[in-house]
Design a protein around this ligand. Structure first.
Ligand code: SMO
Length: 713
């Protein structure tokens, strides 16, 4: 063992991934795979709903370089993707790898061409004629999801309440938009009749299991490798029909294949997120204490269900009333299928929905009671001595110092000074407001695996069942292992993202990598040390573990935003952004900051500019970055970041998650700041995205009302 080991956990160790990823040396799916692989190109439905009368492919089949053309009939025997049943899923839904008798959404793959070059495939696809009858059709997708949580006599509490406030938050539908679109490169091995699947995914092991089930082949024939993944954000946690098609075709044709989505194909058929309408009512006592919550959440789903389709609706309901103490709840969360692209998890996955609703209700209560927004939060947040706390929906908040983060924010951001400043500037006619967004982020439950090999030369190899998508798991897991094994960090290698090289695992999603994946690494290291104590130090020693967390870890925090609005143009400007987050034990503070900044940018995108739009005919209007506004670097303000670290009792690292924090806290605080800014104008509702047009109209109509009062018509 190495002596004089410097503790690695808690220090901003240089990220070993940086040099590779920042210098353009990353290896993504598009950089990998057989040179003679056949390229897939899809013929897609131009209509959201219709019956396929004919699909004429013969003209395409004879074009140069074409190896095969497939239609729905060729893959009608394939199985269905399984959907995580966190809440009840009813009704009929299919998982057509290619459209069968009907098309059910614009962009749905109807046929696929496989050719030696992508150009050949695209040219030949033009020669395929699909005849679709779209007259007089009923909705074909009737699946729906419903979860409900009831505790206490909500009706009675509402009847006796001193105040009742209500709020509606309509979330825009969002496109996750990772830098790297979807991609898959399938290497066919004639000797084994198996495939190596290079796949841009968050969940390599699940992908392998699902591929084997859908294709009805033995999993031993499939090896999945996630190379560098250029962002995922929940969108790459489920198998898409195009990807299944690439693997099926490789096995069928005994040839390597590849498919790399264009940006427009991602807008059209990758899963979207959010889109929920959240309605809530809070019954409040005379002194401002929350008594009961009613919530109705209605989320959209697309024409098929990704693996985690039910997660947003489930999270949006089950995590209410968030960090607040409310004894009685009546919560119903539903989701309905429709003739659009699929809707699934996207960074936050139901947490922004629950937290934004709660934070709006809290500010409405402050308004109604005249209490200060920070005071009313302090009054109602779960006090420290109540942890662990079983919420009225039956989940357990593990640990935290909720009121303390508000106190730190008050001090470090000079909350009282900012409130005063806003008041004075308003008196001068400026449009400026302050908003708070307290959030909770359940993250880290279930199991993950790790294997550690300790070599006699003093090096160690960690293989994690987790995965990475640019969020530096190699460095973080090396830090955890270095401390557990008392080795220098450079002596620790980390392998990930391979179903053959790594033990079976879950992957990188739900902000669980550090808490669960990291705990698995730590446990495997402790196990190998036990072996070392009783074994021969001249042989490599290996320990492998499946670690299951004792309980769910809940990160939390509060964001403060000062926002001004230009009265002439409606342009919003974030003047101050202060984030305070408690992610439990912090492995690497620089990485935590990175997650908060990235998450904040995503949250700001939802709050100000992003929105997927379909027209009345079911056509996607926002099919490129010309029509879908993603934040640019200059749109993201400087953040002041404060931290608190209350260890979670739920796992052996004491870690929580922070990967989704910014995405949850930012929209709530920005929405509250905008409404605070426009309160003097009598504006009570705004919906995201808070475009300058919406803000300008709100100001104009208020001013119009005033001039009507002064000069009655
Ligand atoms: S939305 Mo996340 O990748 O679970």
């Amino acid at each position: 063992m190495h002596h004089g080991h410097q503790k690695s956990i808690g220090s901003s160790v240089h990220r070993r991934e940086d040099a590779r990823l920042i210098a353009g040396q990353g290896r993504y799916v598009a950089d990998i795979g057989h040179k003679d692989a056949l390229h897939l190109h899809f013929v897609r439905s131009p209509l959201p709903l219709g019956r396929i009368l004919a699909c004429e492919t013969s003209a395409a089949e004879t074009q140069p370089g074409i190896h095969a053309v497939f239609t729905g009939m060729d893959v009608r025997h394939l199985g269905r993707l399984s959907v995580n049943p966190v809440v009840q899923i009813d009704g009929s839904y299919q998982y057509p790898v290619l459209a069968q008798e009907y098309v059910e959404a614009v962009g749905q793959p109807v046929a696929v061409v496989l050719a030696e070059t992508l150009g050949d495939a695209v040219d030949a696809a033009d020669a395929i004629h699909v005849d679709i009858d779209d007259t007089s059709l009923e909705d074909r997708v009737a699946g729906h999801i419903a979860g409900s949580w009831q505790t206490g006599d909500v009706e009675q509490v509402f009847e006796g309440a001193a105040h009742i406030v209500s709020a509606v938050v309509q979330h825009p539908r969002l496109a996750p938009s990772p830098m790297e679109p979807r991609g898959i490169a399938v290497d066919y091995h004639p000797d084994t009749d198996g495939v190596t699947v290079w796949y841009s995914t968050q969940t390599p092991h699940r992908a392998r299991t699902e591929l084997a089930a859908i294709l009805k082949v033995g999993a031993a024939r499939i090896d999945v490798i996630a190379p560098d993944v250029g962002g995922a954000f929940g969108m790459k946690a489920s198998l898409f029909p195009e990807e299944v098609m690439a693997v099926w075709a490789a096995l069928k044709l005994r040839r390597s294949t590849r498919w790399i989505a264009s940006r427009s194909e991602d807008f059209l058929t990758a899963s979207h997120g959010r889109g929920a309408r959240c309605e809530g009512q809070l019954a409040v006592a005379e002194d401002g204490r929350f008594l009961a919550l009613r919530a109705r959440i209605d989320s959209p789903l697309g024409h098929w269900l990704p693996s985690s389709a039910a997660i947003p609706a489930w999270n949006a309901g089950r995590i209410l009333p968030c960090g607040y103490l409310v004894e009685a709840v009546d919560i119903v969360s539903k989701a309905h299928m429709s003739h659009t692209a699929p809707v699934g998890i996207y960074r936050g996955a139901g947490r922004p929905e629950a937290n934004c609703l709660m934070e709006r209700l809290v500010d409405c209560t402050a308004d109604k009671t005249g209490l200060d927004p920070l005071e009313i939060r302090t009054l109602n947040l779960l006090p420290e001595e109540r942890f662990p706390h079983k919420t009225p929906t039956g989940y357990v908040l593990d640990s935290g110092r909720y009121a303390a983060v508000l106190e730190i924010l008050r001090r470090e951001a000079d909350y009282d000074g900012l409130v005063d400043m806003c008041r004075k500037r308003r008196q001068r006619g400026e449009i400026v407001g302050l908003g708070l967004g307290f959030y909770v982020e359940p993250c880290g439950t279930g199991w993950e695996s790790a294997r550690v090999t300790l070599n006699p030369d003093g090096t160690a190899l960690i293989a994690t069942g987790g995965s990475t998508q640019g969020h530096c798991r190699e460095t973080a897991f090396a830090q955890i292992a270095a401390d557990a094994l008392a080795l220098p960090i450079d002596a620790v290698q980390v392998a990930h993202g391979s179903t053959s090289a790594c033990p079976a695992g879950i992957g990188a999603l739900a902000s669980r990598s550090t808490a669960i994946g990291g705990s698995a690494v730590r446990q495997a290291c402790l196990d190998v040390l036990d072996l070392a104590r009783s074994g021969d130090a001249c042989e490599p020693l290996t320990a492998e573990t499946v670690y299951t967390a004792d309980s769910e870890a809940w990160g939390y925090g509060c964001y403060l935003i000062v926002l001004s609005i230009d009265p002439d143009t409606g342009t919003p400007t974030i003047e101050r952004a202060h984030c305070i987050d408690d992610a439990g034990t912090i492995i690497n503070p620089a990485m935590v900051d990175g997650q908060i900044r990235g998450g904040f940018a995503h949250g700001l995108g939802e709050a100000f500019m992003e929105q997927v739009v379909y027209d009345d005919c079911g056509q996607l209007v926002t099919g490129s970055f010309m029509d879908y506004a993603l934040p640019r670097a200059c749109d993201v303000p400087e953040l002041t970041i404060s931290k608190l670290a209350t260890p979670s009792p739920g796992n052996i690292l004491g870690a929580k998650g922070v990967g989704e924090a910014g995405t949850i806290g930012a929209p709530a605080a920005i929405l509250n700041a905008a409404l605070d800014a426009l309160r003097p104008f009598g504006v009570e509702t705004l919906q995201m995205p808070l475009t300058s047009e919406q803000l300008w109209r709100a100001v104009q109509s208020a001013q119009q009302d005033r001039s009507d009062e002064i000069f009655p018509a």
